[in-house]
Design a protein around this ligand. Structure first.
Ligand code: FAD
Ligand code: NAP
Length: 610
């Protein structure tokens, strides 16, 4: 058995205590000589209820039990009584519970304990905010706890979760900053005249403007909770019992400044994810993640981005777009899970616009070129296909290799919630219920679901309505539209070509596709034949559209509408029967004629005679 002083010893002791509590109707943590303990044990004898008394003066690690019980219940003294998994308290509490009839109800398992809140939501991000506001609007007493653990570099932020502070919002604004650079270059072709020859970008001005907007949003979120009478605490939540949490307030110096305990009938877990590190020498010391990038006080300069999915390519895209030297280190494929034909087009476009790709490589170590001189880093990487090793020098290394669910340090074992030990994700029913009936989970911590803001919001809102307004609709995780905000944006809904082929068979699907050049690109004469539209249809089901893929400007705006159509069961015939809006990019989907199986060239050629 590990010593109880270390982390694994404490965890082991906590699980032992919970196992006792869960396996026995009555557990009394007692001391054999304590008169109050004798009194409580006498009461249960009188009631003819068998109780399991753990005599802390007889067990080997009695003081450690008492410390752990203090952490779990806020009570260090004995007796410490649990009935049917519920913490009753000490001698006086137990006698009072007996007098009020609460004890008998607890013993019979029919007690409706008076909880502090109807609902406690852990996590004030996209999902948690939506759920708590909706529940409060339906008249429930709600508490939200949100606490941001600072990054290894000390970056931290306010209320609202990933999307607002270190995700969708700053990302899209910085993507817009890059897009404006392209627009400024295009503008000359349209007759705009600027003073100098070059257009330059100032990181600090952009960062300050973006951060100011985020701080405004933090304020708006807080005000919305106050307005809806949701109790908000900026504290880290940890379960101590199935219906009880400890709220830990942490000072700016990282010390525990206050602990309070709160109970609720129902809990919603919406704790999101945080960036994963690589576990190689120098990663936490010298690298940043997206959690730091959007708040970085200085321009990142020459940057290496490690990873090749959403976060990596979007960040690489806007950094290159504002004029920085950017390399992306790719372990295997671009945008795993997305249509690979389109993913490769995204990558080629980025490459043509100056982003370097170091394919089939993984980092081995990151070190400072000169000890104590940040901003000059050497990265050693090795090939995934040979023994070759390469080195490169960068000012910034951005790790974007995925995200880990924040479920490991919140006492879920005390509540009995099962977590996938491989990835920390939680499996839920189609009503977002965990294996513990009164505990629900939503958003990024869910196993096998989309990690997107609107999904977390929809799930949170609908859950509150089902819990408190008797409504039935559940969050539909199928055909969720999404957009990757790379320089040439990629919008998709439904299946990739690879997945459709796997599910339906090559012979049973038809792919219609087309390259096109937006009218806006013609005058500045750029990116010819780079935009792409593609739909995948199920031949066995009236050519229903099962995959939609768009590569071009305003992909989010275009894809949103087609997402609605797919929810309504869009078929190819309906697409063909829809009249386009001219001149737009979206209209390309109403005139898709060439099938991929025909092998016909889809490049747009200048009209003959030009
Ligand atoms: P979060 O928003 O992460 O909120 C969880 C909150 O809980 C956090 O504030 C966390 O600090 C807090 N917390 C954790 N543990 C505890 C605890 N024990 N006690 C108290 N508080 C706790 N999605 C899109 O739809 N579009 C985009 O363009 C997009 N861009 C993205 C760009 C980046 C760089 C990243 C990283 C993500 C992006 N996403 C995007 C994904 C989106 O941000 C997430 O899907 C969404 O924020 C998930 O919401 P959530 O409620 O599950 O968790
Ligand atoms: P992700 O989708 O999990 O991708 C992780 C990337 O890192 C993959 O390219 C993976 O490569 C690579 N990788 C993993 N381990 C590595 C290692 N040891 N060395 C080198 N490369 C490694 O993660 P993400 O990009 O962080 O996105 C997380 C979620 O956020 C997404 O699922 C998405 O829903 C959400 N998000 C959404 C948006 C949006 O809506 N626009 C934007 C950003 C994020 P392999 O392919 O080889 O495994």
């Amino acid at each position: 058995m590990p010593p109880v002083g270390n982390d694994s010893g404490r965890k082991e002791l906590e699980s032992r205590i919970w196992a006792l509590i869960n396996a026995n109707t009555v557990v009394i943590f007692s001391k054999s000589h304590c008169p109050y303990c004798v009194k409580v044990k006498g009461l249960f004898k009188e009631l003819e209820v068998e109780c399991n008394a753990v005599e802390l003066d007889h067990v080997q690690d009695g003081p450690a039990y008492q410390d752990m019980l203090l952490e779990m219940t806020g009570q260090k003294t004995v007796p410490n009584v649990f009935v049917n998994g519920t913490h009753v308290g000490g001698c006086d509490d137990t006698m009072r519970a007996h007098k009020d009839g609460v004890l008998e109800r607890l013993l019979s398992g029919t007690d409706k304990v008076a909880y502090d809140y109807d609902l406690i939501v852990i996590g004030g991000g996209s999902g948690g905010m939506a759920c708590s506001k909706e529940a409060a609007a339906l008249g429930k007493k709600v508490m939200v706890l949100d606490y941001v653990v600072p990054t290894p570099r000390g970056t931290t932020w306010g209320l609202g979760g990933t999307c607002v502070n270190v995700g969708c919002i700053p990302k899209k604004l910085m993507h817009q900053a890059a897009a404006l650079g392209t627009a400024a270059r295009d503008a000359r072709a349209f007759g705009w005249e600027f003073g100098g020859d070059t257009v330059t970008h100032n990181w600090a001005s952009m960062r300050e403007a973006v951060n100011d907007h985020i701080k405004e949003l933090n304020f708006i979120y807080r005000a919305a909770l106050t307005e809806k009478k949701v109790d908000y605490i900026n504290a880290y939540a940890e379960f101590t019992e199935p219906h009880k949490i400890k709220a830990v307030k942490i000072s700016k110096q990282g010390k525990v400044s206050k602990e309070t305990f709160h109970t609720a009938a129902t809990f919603v877990l919406a704790t999101g994810q945080r960036p994963r590190y690589l576990g190689i020498p120098g990663d936490k010391e010298h690298c940043i993640t997206s959690d730091d990038l959007f708040w970085l006080p200085h321009c990142p300069g020459k940057t290496l981005v490690i990873g090749a999915s959403y976060v990596a390519l979007e960040c690489a895209g806007f950094l290159a777009g504002i004029g920085l030297d950017v390399t992306v280190m790719v372990r295997s494929v671009l945008l795993r899970g997305f249509d690979q034909d389109v993913a490769e087009r995204v990558g080629r476009h980025m490459e043509e616009h100056g982003v370097r790709f170091l394919r089939r490589h993984v980092p081995v170590k990151v070190e400072e070129l000169e000890a104590g001189a940040p901003g000059r880093l050497r990265v050693t990487a090795r090939s995934t296909e040979s023994d070759a090793v390469v080195e490169g020098e960068y000012n910034t290394v951005l790790i974007a290799v995925g995200r880990d669910a924040c479920t490991d340090k919140m006492g879920l074992e005390a509540a009995g919630v099962e977590v996938n030990p491989e990835n920390g994700k939680i499996s839920v029913s189609d009503e977002e219920r965990t294996n513990v009936p009164h505990i629900y989970a939503l958003g990024d911590i869910l196993e096998g679901k989309w990690e997107l803001t609107p999904v977390a919001i929809q799930a949170g809102k609908l859950l509150a309505r089902r819990l408190y307004a008797g409504s039935a609709p559940k969050c539909d995780y199928v055909n969720v539209p999404t957009t990757v905000f790379t320089p040439l944006e990629y919008g998709s809904c439904g299946l990739s070509e690879e997945r459709a082929t796997e599910l339906y068979g090559q012979d049973n699907i038809e792919v219609f596709h087309k390259l096109f050049s937006p009218l806006e690109f013609t005058v500045p004469n750029r990116d010819k034949n780079k935009c792409y539209s593609k739909v995948i249809c199920n031949k066995l089901d009236e050519y229903r559209v099962i995959g939609f893929h768009y590569l071009g400007p305003n992909a989010g705006e275009v894809t949103q509408g087609f997402g609605v159509a797919m929810k309504c069961g869009l078929t190819k015939a309906q697409l063909d029967g829809t009249i386009g809006i001219h001149p737009t990019c979206a209209e390309e989907f109403t005139t898709l004629e060439t099938t991929k199986s025909s092998g016909e060239d889809i490049a747009v050629r200048p009209p003959k005679g030009c």
